[in-house]
Design a protein around this ligand. Structure first.
Ligand code: NAP
Length: 252
């Protein structure tokens, strides 16, 4: 089987890092299912993929909804091809200091990052083991190391790392690798929302963050897409259970 016949799924792909990853995997020759909460919101990314000569499918699904995930994965297998690459990227933030964090803010973050990655991976892994080849890439974060105001998000992103390493142990014998990428500051609507919540302009927020990034710039979705492209590649079959910090330095 060649890469051009392989199907990849990217969750949270209507914008930001997920959109960058979807475009890059299409360039790499994968048929790409562009998943997000709102199917209409996925159509721009799909149009870009098709305009560049690629193939894809826009799918609206909440990754935390068990039945919807199962139906979406079956639809992708039938309409685009059986998926053997999965990028669990969908994410939300509900930041607050612990004493002000609501239970629903805690649950919402756990549901998207952990339950979502679990449901998507469980639904897709059968196609990978059947093919004897698969690549799972999960989005963690430097916040997994702890971050003020992010008890929920930090716990979820650390959980993603444990989940990834366990997948590597369980699925390796079937030719399936699982790795995590832990981005530092990446310019997306997520970090724009953080600046807004802090009451500072995005430019000021970015300048303050970039001061501490060794390579002296903020990250872009393409920086993360490049790392995903590596993990999804044929040659990366002996790299599994790893956490790659893509942060412009050892920890940004
Ligand atoms: P983003 O711009 O906010 O995009 C996230 C996407 O995920 C949105 O399109 C969002 O849809 C979608 N989404 C949210 N909940 C979903 C659900 N239940 N089911 C399906 N899709 C859902 O975020 P980003 O900055 O690109 O981040 C992508 C990933 O990288 C996340 O896992 C994030 O935690 C991680 N990350 C980001 C940074 C950073 O600096 N940006 C750093 C470290 C890690 P809606 O628009 O409809 O909500």
């Amino acid at each position: 089987m060649t890469t051009s016949t392989r199907t990849a799924i990217v969750t949270g792909a209507a914008r930001g890092i997920g959109a960058g990853v979807a475009r890059r995997l299409a360039e790499d020759g994968f048929a790409v299912a562009v998943l997000d909460l709102d199917e209409t919101a996925c159509k721009d990314v799909l149009a870009e993929i098709e305009a560049a000569g690629g193939r894809g499918l826009a799918v609206g699904v909440d990754v935390a909804d068990e039945d919807a995930v199962q139906a979406a994965v079956e639809r992708i297998a039938a309409e685009l091809g059986e998926p053997t690459v999965l990028v669990n990227n969908a994410g939300i933030i509900r930041d607050n200091l612990l004493f002000k964090m609501t239970t629903s803010d805690w649950d919402a973050v756990m549901n998207v990052h952990l339950r979502g990655a679990f449901l998507m991976t469980r639904a897709v892994q059968g196609y990978m083991t059947k093919a004897g080849w698969g690549r799972i890439v999960n989005l963690s974060s430097i916040s997994a190391l702890g971050n003020r105001g992010q008890a929920n998000y930090a716990a979820a992103k650390a959980g993603v790392q444990g989940f990834t390493k366990t997948l590597a142990f369980e699925l390796g014998r079937f030719g399936v690798t699982a790795n995590a990428i832990a981005p530092g500051f990446i310019e997306t609507e997520m970090t724009m929302a953080t600046a807004e919540r802090m009451g500072v302009s995005f430019d000021d927020f970015k300048a303050a963050v970039v001061k501490d990034i060794p390579v002296g710039r903020g990250g872009l979705p393409a920086d993360i897409a490049h790392a995903v492209s590596f993990f999804a590649s044929e040659g990366a079959g002996f790299v599994s259970g790893q956490v790659l910090y893509v942060a412009g330095g050892p920890k940004a």
